[in-house]
Design a protein around this ligand. Structure first.
Ligand SMILES: Cc1cc2nc3c(=O)[nH]c(=O)nc-3n(C[C@H](O)[C@H](O)[C@H](O)COP(=O)(O)OP(=O)(O)OC[C@H]3O[C@@H](n4cnc5c(N)ncnc54)[C@H](O)[C@@H]3O)c2cc1C
Length: 407
C-alpha cells in the first residue's frame, strides 16, 4: 500500500484481513496526518444519510461509488470504529463525529485495526517509484532505497491539498506515467478571494446564521446558510467552502457573493424591525444605532453600501435611506476574484480518471496489479463527511480486490 491516510489504512487492513501479506508505506512519521486535522481536529468521519443522498453529494462521481458503498458504507465504518473503542455521535446535517471530538482517536483506532489484521506498518518510508514486470504488470515498488516485490499495489497517496500532511501529488505522476489520464487538478472546498478590500479589513470576524448566495451575472448558482468568516484575502468558513464547489472555471459573467445578514426576516419584517431600532435610538448617530442588529465592525461597511453617512442621526434617516439599508442587509455584495490555491483546499478536484478504473474492484484498467483508493481518484464531495467516507469505502474495496488478485 502506498500512502497511509484514510484510504490506505483501510485498504491495508482489509487486504490483510483477507489473508494477504501487506506492507503499508507512509512517508510521514505517523499514519493519517491529514486525518488528524480533519473537522478542525474533531474528524467528521462520515454522514448518517442514506445511500442516494451520498451519491448526490459528489460532483458527477457519485455513481462510480455505488459498488464501494455497497461493500463498505457508513454503518460498517461506524461499527468498525466502535469495535475499536471509538463511540460516535451524530450532529446537525447527519455529520458523524467521535464522541470524544478527537480526530486522533479515529486515526489510532484505524491503525490498530490494520495492525491487528497483521499489516506491517512502515512509517517514514517514501515510495519513490512503481515497478513493472516485462509484461507490464505491477511487480513491486521502490521505497526507502530498496525494491519491495509485490503482486499488487494500492495507490492511496491522496491529493494536493495541505501538502504539509504529505500530499504532494506523487500518485498522479505515477498514474500519468503508466498511461492513466489525470483530469485537471483544481481546488474544491476552498476559501474565496474577494476583490474589494473591506472583507480583508474585517479579518477574523465570524458571522453565524447568515445566508450567502453565489451569483454568476444575474444567475444564482447556489445559496448556503450557516457560518462564515472574514479573512485577510476574502472569506472562508463552512458556507463559503460549500459554495466554492460551484465557482465556475471560466465564469460567463462577474462572480458575486451576496450576503443576507438577516435571512430569517423578510424585507417587510426587517423594515419594521429597523423602524423600531431607529425609534429606540433616535438621538444616536447611525454608526451607533445599529449595534443591536449587526456586529460593530460591520456597521460602517453596511452604511457605506447603503449610501448613508455614519454621522447622520437615526431620526433624520429618510425612507429611501432606510429602504437602501434593508436592501444592503439582505444582499451585501462582494466580487469574487478567485479561489485560494489548491494547497489551501480541503480537497482536490480532479485526479485519476474514473473511466480507466473498474468501479467494482478499484483496479486499473491499464496496468494489471494496480489499484486506486481515495483522493487520488477524480472524486470530491461536499462537506459533511462525504470525502472521508469515499476514501474509506474505496480503500476497503481496493484492499479486498488487491488481496483477491485478478479474476
Ligand atoms: C483541513 C482539512 C479538514 C478536512 N476535514 C474533513 C472532514 O471533517 N470530513 C471529511 O469527510 N473530509 C475532510 N477532509 C478531507 C479528507 O481529509 C480527505 O478527503 C481524505 O483524507 C483523503 O484520504 P486519502 O487517504 O485519499 O488521502 P490522505 O488522507 O491525504 O492520505 C494520503 C497519504 O499518502 C501519503 N503519501 C503521499 N505520497 C506518498 C509517497 N510517495 N510515499 C508514501 N506515502 C505517501 C501522505 O503522506 C498521506 O499520509 C479534510 C481535509 C482537510 C485538508
Amino acid at each position: 500500500m502506498a500512502g497511509g491516510g484514510a484510504a490506505g489504512v483501510l485498504a491495508a487492513g482489509r487486504a490483510a484481513q483477507m489473508g494477504a501479506r501487506v506492507w503499508l508505506m507512509e512517508k510521514n512519521r505517523l499514519l493519517g496526518c491529514k486525518l488528524r486535522i480533519t473537522g478542525k481536529g474533531r474528524c467528521n468521519v462520515t454522514n448518517a444519510g442514506e445511500l442516494e443522498q451520498f451519491i448526490e453529494n459528489y460532483s458527477g462521481a457519485g455513481r462510480f461509488l455505488y459498488s464501494a458503498f455497497h461493500r463498505f458504507f457508513n454503518l460498517e465504518l461506524c461499527r468498525l470504529l466502535e469495535s475499536y473503542s471509538v463511540p460516535l455521535k451524530t450532529e446537525r446535517g447527519g455529520r458523524v463525529f467521535p464522541a470524544s471530538d478527537r480526530a486522533a482517536d479515529v486515526a489510532e483506532a484505524l491503525e490498530k485495526y490494520a495492525v491487528t489484521q497483521g499489516v506491517q506498518v512502515l512509517t517514514s518510508t517514501e515510495v519513490s517509484a512503481l515497478s513493472l514486470s516485462p509484461e507490464g504488470g505491477i511487480n513491486g515498488v521502490r521505497a526507502g532505497g530498496r525494491f519491495w516485490p509485490a503482486d499488487a499495489v494500492v495507490l492511496a497517496t491522496g491529493g494536493l491539498s495541505y501538502p504539509a500532511t504529505g500530499c504532494t501529488g506523487d500518485g498522479y505522476r505515477w498514474a500519468g506515467t503508466l498511461g492513466h489520464h489525470v483530469t485537471e487538478l483544481r481546488p474544491a472546498l476552498v476559501p474565496l478571494e474577494i476583490r474589494e478590500p473591506w472583507p480583508g479589513a474585517l479579518s477574523g470576524l465570524a458571522l453565524k446564521n447568515v445566508e450567502a448566495g453565489l451569483w454568476e451575472g444575474a444567475r444564482c448558482l447556489r445559496r448556503a446558510f450557516g457560518e462564515m468568516l472574514f479573512a485577510r484575502f476574502g472569506v472562508t468558513g463552512p458556507i463559503i467552502l460549500l459554495l466554492s464547489r460551484d465557482v465556475p472555471e471560466k465564469p460567463a459573467g462577474a462572480l458575486t457573493l451576496k450576503l443576507d445578514l438577516k435571512p430569517a426576516l423578510s424585507e417587510e419584517v426587517l423594515d419594521r424591525r429597523l423602524l423600531r431600532d431607529l425609534l429606540k435610538f433616535q438621538r444616536r448617530q447611525m454608526k451607533n444605532a445599529l449595534r443591536e442588529l449587526l456586529p460593530k465592525a460591520l456597521i460602517p461597511v453596511v452604511l457605506r453600501h447603503s449610501g448613508i453617512p455614519e454621522d447622520v442621526f437615526a431620526d433624520q434617516l429618510t425612507k429611501a435611506q432606510r429602504q437602501a439599508l434593508v436592501h444592503t442587509l439582505k444582499g451585501l455584495p462582494m466580487t469574487v476574484s478567485g479561489t485560494r490555491p489548491v494547497a489551501e483546499a480541503v480537497v482536490t478536484r480532479g485526479g485519476v480518471s474514473l473511466k480507466e478504473v473498474n468501479p467494482r474492484t478499484m483496479a486499473s484498467r491499464i496496468t494489471p496489479g494496480l489499484y486506486f483508493a481515495g483522493e487520488v481518484l477524480d472524486i470530491d464531495g461536499r462537506t459533511g463527511g462525504y470525502n472521508l467516507q469515499a476514501a474509506f469505502s474505496t480503500g476497503w474495496l481496493a484492499g479486498e480486490s488487491a488481496a483477491r488478485g485478478p479474476g
